[in-house]
Design a protein around this ligand. Structure first.
Ligand code: OOB
Length: 553
């Protein structure tokens, strides 16, 4: 099955091409051209190993030829890898032969992976033999039988046994490059073909898949690289999960590799690890979520590391408090660039030379002049200047629909193609956006988006739960945590641990599990009979402030 991108209306597409925003150059070709220009510059560093552009391009092409033997054009390949070199080689190799990587997370478990395999009809799955003690290979055995489209499993960092390909070995150089390049030339995708399937930051229910085209994702990477002043002299530390759009292409791995800079991988955002890498490789740029920024700001003074090479720290994914932005700049001696973006497209950034007020207090402005932004009320009417409303957006790198989700699309997009972000924002007088809240029912746990509905469904699967509602409880570091209100069935005593175990057994990833549980005799309802989530959020906030007795079990 070929993964397709929801098309833009022809008039828009023509305009984006005319303005040279869409260049018809697939990402694999853009990378190969860059590698030809600067073959001896260092492209990638993972631990003690590093790849020059020329070496990396060769490794990519040899793997691409191997991929082409197993996976057809436009077929999905589920990528579930940590921040390792194989992630980068595999992603670029997919781009070269039009295989579409599905960017899953190493933390995903049976529930998420089973759904992603089925929904994308992936013909391949790349998985790590070992990730923080997780039993990924057991998951392969368990799920492969129920995924009829799956033909090939690729294992990183160890052999996966029968029938699996050793991805790490396949990423090492060696092979007939000329033959590989002749296969690639026959398999190269077009600019409007799907490049990648990203996961949406949690909307209603299961994560939606977001098909991004080569044209639009290349533009995304280019423009964010330019907004962050990334170039050949950039050394970018990947501290967030590489599969996340922020670290992958905003500017992230792709923005840096298309600009001739160096990508340094870190397997953890912990300050002890990240600071060591910044010092050792003289990193100039990195990106973190506010929860990580918090840890870095605490650690910077006492870390004893030389961070003087660092110029810019992009912070995004959830709300950054102005005081933390200021503190981060002074403790790291680098400029903060707030990034407010989404896997669906639109990316806003503050710029390095913006005044303090903008860098600290706003979430920046769109990176592309062709990005269209509206701020509207509940009836989709534009709100007066400076007022808060929902952000709607359209543009050359914002999708026109989720992958295979017609019902959901009808709710998430207006008839004329605007994406309803679910974010409540306002214009700052300086022409930058400020995020004020959200309309969508999502819990943003330190940048990881959790759908409240998904948590509720998981909770309702427990026989002793009669009703359930998940809301965000404020947290000083993570911003928000998953807080669950349940009405138990009968007189049974439910604890947060029991429900966490139940949800884990049901196959849910750890970051979705409730951290706070409140058992209540009844859930509050609004006057139209819907669960009153605002009342629950207020209750969760009051409990977090300690102004109510905590009945947490
Ligand atoms: C990034 O992407 P996603 O797809 O994981 O999540 C998007 C959602 C936004 O709709 C918004 O609700 C929230 O995450 N968000 C922010 C934010 N950045 C994202 N909320 C407040 N302040 C911010 N700075 O999270 C993402 C993708 C690319 C670059 C940066 C972040």
């Amino acid at each position: 099955m070929r993964v397709g991108v929801a098309p833009w209306p022809e008039a828009f597409a023509a305009r984006y091409r005319e303005r040279d925003l869409w260049r018809g150059v697939p990402l694999g070709v853009a990378f190969a051209e860059r590698a030809e220009r600067t073959p001896s510059r260092v492209a990638l560093v993972d631990g003690e190993q590093s790849w020059r552009y020329g070496d990396l391009a060769e490794a990519v092409d040899l793997l691409a030829e191997r991929l082409a033997r197993h996976h057809g054009p436009g077929e999905a390949l589920l990528v579930q890898l940590p921040n390792v070199a194989e992630f980068v080689v595999l992603t670029l190799a997919c781009f070269r032969v039009g295989v579409v990587p599905v960017m899953a997370l190493p933390q995903h478990r049976r529930g998420e992976i089973g759904y992603l395999l089925a929904h994308s009809e992936a013909s391949g799955w790349a998985v790590s033999a070992e990730f923080r003690g997780g039993a990924h290979l057991e998951l392969v055995t368990e799920l492969a039988a129920g995924a009829p489209a799956l033909r090939q499993v690729w294992v990183q960092g160890g052999s996966g046994g029968d029938g699996c390909c050793d991805l790490s070995a396949a990423c090492r150089r060696g092979g007939d490059l000329a033959a590989a390049r002749s296969v690639i030339s026959r398999r190269s995708p077009g600019g409007s073909d799907a490049a990648v399937l990203l996961l949406s930051g949690g909307t209603t229910g299961r994560a939606k898949l977001i098909a991004r085209s080569h044209d639009d994702y290349a533009l995304n990477a280019r423009l964010t690289a330019s907004a962050c002043e990334v170039g050949e002299d950039t050394v970018y530390l990947v501290a967030l999960p590489a599969a996340h759009n922020f670290a992958l292409a905003c500017p992230g791995i792709l923005g840096v590799l298309l600009s001739g800079g160096t990508v340094v991988l870190s397997d953890s955002p912990a300050p002890e690890k990240a600071f060591g890498l910044i010092e050792r490789h003289r990193a100039t740029h990195t990106a973190v979520v506010p929860a990580v920024a918090h840890r870095w700001a605490e650690h910077a003074g006492g870390g004893g590391h030389d961070l003087s090479s660092l110029r810019s720290v992009a912070v995004g994914g959830s709300r950054l408090a102005p005081a933390l932005a200021r503190r981060l700049e002074s403790s790291l001696g680098a400029r903060v660039q707030q990034g407010f973006g989404m896997a669906e497209g639109l990316i806003n950034y503050t710029r390095l030379d913006d005044p303090d007020e903008v860098r600290w207090e706003t979430q920046g402005r769109p990176v592309c002049p062709a990005d269209e932004v509206r701020i509207v009320d509940e009836l989709d009417r534009d709100v007066p200047g400076g007022a808060v409303g929902e952000l709607l957006t359209r543009g050359p790198y914002t999708i026109r629909g989720y992958f295979r989700a017609p019902e959901h699309n009808a709710a998430s997009f207006t008839r004329d193609g605007w994406y309803r972000t679910g974010d409540l924002v306002r214009w700052h007088p300086t022409g930058n956006l400020v995020v004020e809240g959200r309309r969508k029912d999502v819990i943003n746990r330190g940048g990881e988006k959790v759908s409240a509905e998904e948590v509720e469904e998981l909770a309702l699967g427990h026989p002793d739960v009669a009703r359930a509602a998940a809301v965000a409880a404020p947290d000083p570091v993570l911003g928000e945590r998953v807080c669950l209100y349940v009405v138990p069935r009968g007189a049974v005593e439910l604890t947060v641990q029991v429900l966490r175990e139940h949800m884990t057994d049901a196959g849910a990833a750890g970051y979705k599990l409730p951290e706070l549980l409140h058992t209540v005799p009844e859930l509050p309802v609004t006057n139209v009979g819907k669960i009153d989530k605002n009342a629950l959020r207020a209750d969760a906030a009051a409990r977090a402030r300690g102004s109510r007795p905590d009945v947490e079990k």
